[in-house]
Design a protein around this ligand. Sequence first.
Ligand code: AMP
Length: 608
Amino acid sequence: MSVDPAAELPFFYGSISRSDAEEQLKLAGMADGLFLLRQCLRNLGGYVLSIVWNLEFHHYPIEKQLNATFCITGGKPHCGPAELCEFYSKDPDGLVCTLRKPCLRSPDTPIRAGVFDSLRQNMLREYVKQTWNLEGDAMEQAIISQAPQLERLIATTAHEKMPWYHSKITRQEGERRLYSGAQPDGKFLVRDREVSGTFALSMMYGKTVYHYQILHDKSGKYSMPEGTKFDTVWQLVEYLKMKPDGLVTVLGEACVNSKAAAQTPVVPSGRRPRANGYTPPPGAIASASKPANPVPTDREVLPMDCTGFNPYHNPNDVKRFNIQRTQLLVDEVELGSGNFGCVRKGVLKTDSGQIDVAIKVLKSENEKLVKEEMMREAEIMHQLSNPFIVRMLGLCNAESLMLVMEMASAGPLNKFLSSKKDTVSVENIVNLMHQVSMGMKYLEERNFVHRDLAARNVLLVNQQFAKISDFGLSKALGADDNYYRARTAGKWPLKWYAPECITHRKFSSKSDVWSFGITMWEAFSFGGKPYKKMKGPDVTRFIETGNRMECPSGCPDRMYALMKECWTFKHEERPDFKKVEESMRTYHYSISSKAQPEGNAGAAEPIE
Ligand code: AMP
């Protein structure tokens, strides 16, 4: 879900009116410098700062700039509302006074949602449901992990689903459609103009049709001339239903495009819904890494485009514990190896098609102990189902014991990043690490400890889609336990382990958080080796004396600050994954919404 960058500020009230703001300030005592922050309706994404001085109210609009900075007209730009308020608490810089005392929201006053917040949420859900045929948890995970990308997609295509959108028709045809049937004031439609990417609004007033050009500026915002700017055409239309903003009247009923309304479900062009229990054509090979449907060429592949995001439309279809040998083709190609044996490429034949898989094959000469270990790993994996965790599809006991898993064909994160230093952006890494934090939050909620989280165990389906793998050391904790104590120390990845793992052999989600910090460090150093050439015991001394690894070059400060939080010595004071995921999400959203696609200029063209 989209998080307002001001949502964490205790003096942010959301979408309240000017008079409500003044009421709150009166209630809080009208001291000089008393202030609060609220959402601005005129400038989408902007705020208003309301301050008391000399028993009077002063309201300063804060605009969101094209480069996603925020500033009070004529003032300095700031990267977020929190930073802006911090600045004005020290320096009035043109305001009546410094911000002295926040007017705090009481616990029973929730942040008031803006007119568009709930509309946008509904639109997002409807879009994900129709485009990828996702529901429930899978839908939530898709929305949380890709909200900025989805909002951008919706910004450019959401109007296509609206009954008032008539796509490319001429002005005359628009008039014909508006004149047919009843002709109430405000009846309207939106159509494409000849200039691609720009729109016209045609509306009825006094039995006459008026045409307006919808402006589309360089930053991609839509508006009426001189009017309020919006991210999407449908938001502009919703606004024009409330305020005329230069039109002869407010918009009323939609002139319904009967062709579009007949399509069920209506899906933006270039996408189509995946059939329930996606069935590939006979002989086709589905793959977790291949998109289930053609992905439009004008955007990146999203995790939800891959079959591996949500394979269980019918849970009994694929998720079988026992796999028959005849269902399995084992390739010669080795994907990796370990002391248990090797991981091979393969194909699993199911009732609804064939799936590319990775198969962990136990060396046949391996002793009972290793076999038991693999069974334990299978048992853990069987209980987990999350898009950001490699799913087990089943076990096959034939010439050797084989654990069949979803395929993550782009391989381990550390190798991927070290081979693609020049083509992977920081935003991309943040997106992937946010997905890892979502997978780890899922484990934490279900009381599983991973115990081997590292970049080598984060596998990529593709450059935009990460999955946590290797549950060989993982444990399910008892309902009342919050840690697992190992009886003896083993062959452990010490550089990834928290101090309490090494000194007390105690493992918990909090010790996984420490490993997440190391994994972040590996990711932001493009697959670098943590603690360079130091040996395990040297690392322990290094940590105990208060040292931590340095910030990888090019790593954002906010991400390094989070790593250091993950490396809090005392596990009681370390954040949990709920908190870590929240921090990753906030940062991911804040930088992804800045990476706007180029808008097309379309202003001041005469209407055709
Ligand atoms: P593991 O013992 O689970 O760490 O697996 C060893 C190696 O096999 C990994 O580093 C990967 O390169 C490869 N591998 C394991 N599982 C998969 C998978 N599901 N998809 C693709 N490659 C995998």
